[in-house]
Design a protein around this ligand. Structure first.
Ligand code: BYC
Length: 468
């Protein structure tokens, strides 16, 4: 169970390590100041119907109640230790997991934990203005739930940095509060986390696609030989599931409304909604930015992470029988002499791509569900994910003129057609023009359908946020 009597709620017996406790209690006010400075703008005094973890056991972990966000009990919660856990994959597969950081992997592990950690405050910063244009109180509450949990995920990583990486770790923890999403001088580490999030269509795409990268990265770190990291990620994954459903169901509601308005007015924009072709452009943009987050298709870093046991494949322990990944290869399309051809890459070097493929399959399942919703609404429009070569900025396809179906075009054709595939300035201005707040319980903005059900058994018209 989680101890809520302490200043920092935790299930890691923090009180028994006074030095660590003091260091984290010193970081706590800096975190709260950061939350006030760049967290949800304008709603810090409102009462929000939030869930708080009460235990890390599956099933019984959420408590719901109205709280002001700055009073949210952020803390340190690790999943329960797994008895006799062994390293799932790589050169050390089958050996006992590490409870401390081995000297030879210290820098690598720190870098990965910092990269993961950096995304959490970044997303809060990206989303800080969205409360002001929430299409309903229900949506506003979901936004704030996601935000406070990203704050807690930051706590999870900062705990690891403080507890296992000494002075370096504490310095990194301070830097996590100093970088800023989109800042020219001190930006966040990964590209997607420096992109603006000015409208709710973007928010739903972000939680659908970018948070889903989080699911897969956390999943691969849950397979880590460094057990405290694995346990932390296992609990973070249970919280992540809600963020993904906010994205998937949010987009489904925008799609349904778009289809309904199209039927009624011939063009959803005439009815004040978002047309399906525009939604597809947003999907293209965020799917591709999120694909970049897996790193390069061919990566010696990824091979080293896997060999060391620092990262595994998705469900390495459960779904794979061969855990060395040696003597095997992964076939992928590469560009040679200006043309696409297939090549076999040693499997360990292709681990980023293997994880990306697991992610793409997951996204495809959701697109199928969206298309079923469109069919139900009587629309002929069907969404599709672009090729993983389209519109990339990282990896072997970066900055090459691939079309959404994966064909290599000439640069002029790509330029000429870009505005039909990706949001234009005009599309963005139109979507932003729809972003008007709706504060009456149960009412929705015109461009989005109501959700099918409320939260935690409450009706949709429940007062999810009591505005200050
Ligand atoms: N942008 O061999 P490469 C989440 C860098 S989301 C900028 O290609 P590698 C969340 C890379 O750092 C999950 N730079 O890839 C979601 C390296 O730089 P250095 C976040 C990039 O090393 C929503 C260089 O390019 N978790 O939780 O295998 C809301 C060449 O590296 C990008 C993680 O990322 C990019 N997109 O790295 C809230 C897990 N991609 O070292 C939260 C931890 C690559 O040469 N991170 N680079 O200077 C990792 O495991 C790895 O660092 C990567 C891939 C997955 C990022």
């Amino acid at each position: 169970m989680i101890n809520y009597d302490e200043r920092i709620p935790n299930n890691v017996d923090l009180a028994s390590d006074k030095k660590l406790q003091r260091a984290l209690e010193k970081w706590q006010p800096a975190f709260l100041q950061w939350w006030q400075d760049v967290g949800p703008e304008g709603f810090q005094a409102s009462n929000v119907y939030l869930r708080t973890a009460i235990s890390t056991e599956p099933g019984g972990w959420a408590h719901f109640g109205h709280v002001k966000m700055p009073d949210y009990r952020w803390g340190i919660f690790l999943g329960a230790p797994e008895k006799d856990r062994v390293i799932p994959g790589g050169d050390h597969a089958g050996e006992p997991v590490w409870q401390e950081v081995p000297g030879e992997y210290r820098n690598t592990l720190r870098r990965i934990i910092v990269t993961q950690a950096d995304t959490e405050p970044a997303s809060v910063e990206q989303q800080r203005w969205l409360g002001k244009t929430a299409p309903s109180l229900y949506d506003m509450r979901n936004l704030f739930q996601v935000n406070v949990e990203e704050g807690r995920h930051l706590w999870a990583m900062v705990y690891l940095l403080h507890a296992y990486f000494g002075k370096d770790g504490r310095d990194e923890a301070d830097d996590l509060l100093a970088r800023r999403s989109g800042d020219a001088d001190k930006p966040r580490i990964l590209d997607a986390f420096n992109q603006p999030c000015p409208d709710w269509l973007t928010f739903f795409c972000f939680t659908m696609f970018t948070d889903r990268d989080g699911k897969y990265q956390l999943g691969s770190l849950a397979e880590s030989a460094f057990d405290p990291l694995s346990r932390t990620c296992r609990f973070m994954l249970t919280e992540e599931a809600h963020h993904l459903s906010v994205g998937e169901l949010g987009l489904e509601r925008v799609l349904r409304r778009g289809a309904q308005l199209e039927k009624q007015f011939g063009d959803a924009r005439k009815g004040g909604g978002i047309d399906l072709a525009t939604i597809q452009k947003w999907i293209n943009y965020w799917f591709c930015y999120s694909l970049d987050l897996f790193g390069s298709e061919v990566s010696s870093n990824a091979a080293e992470f896997f060999a060391a046991g620092i990262k595994g494949r998705w469900a390495e322990a459960k779904d794979h029988t061969e855990h060395s990944a040696l003597g095997q290869s992964h076939r992928m399309a590469v560009v040679r002499d200006g043309a696409l051809t297939e090549e076999d890459v040693p499997l360990r070097n292709a681990m980023n791509e293997v994880l990306r493929q697991s992610y793409i399959k997951d996204c495809e399942r959701v697109v199928k569900r969206w298309n079923a919703a469109l069919e139900e609404e009587g629309s002929d429009f069907r969404l599709a994910l672009p090729s993983s070569r389209f519109f990339r900025r990282q990896g072997i396809y970066a900055d090459l003129p691939f079309g959404p179906t994966g064909e290599l075009l000439d640069a002029a054709t790509w330029q000429a057609r870009m505005s039909t595939w990706l949001p234009t300035a005009e599309d963005r201005a139109y979507v932003e023009s729809l972003m008007m707040p709706v504060h009456e319980p149960g009412k929705m903005a015109n461009w989005i359908a109501a959700p099918r059900k409320g939260i935690n058994g409450n009706d949709v018209d429940y007062e999810y946020v009591r505005l200050a």
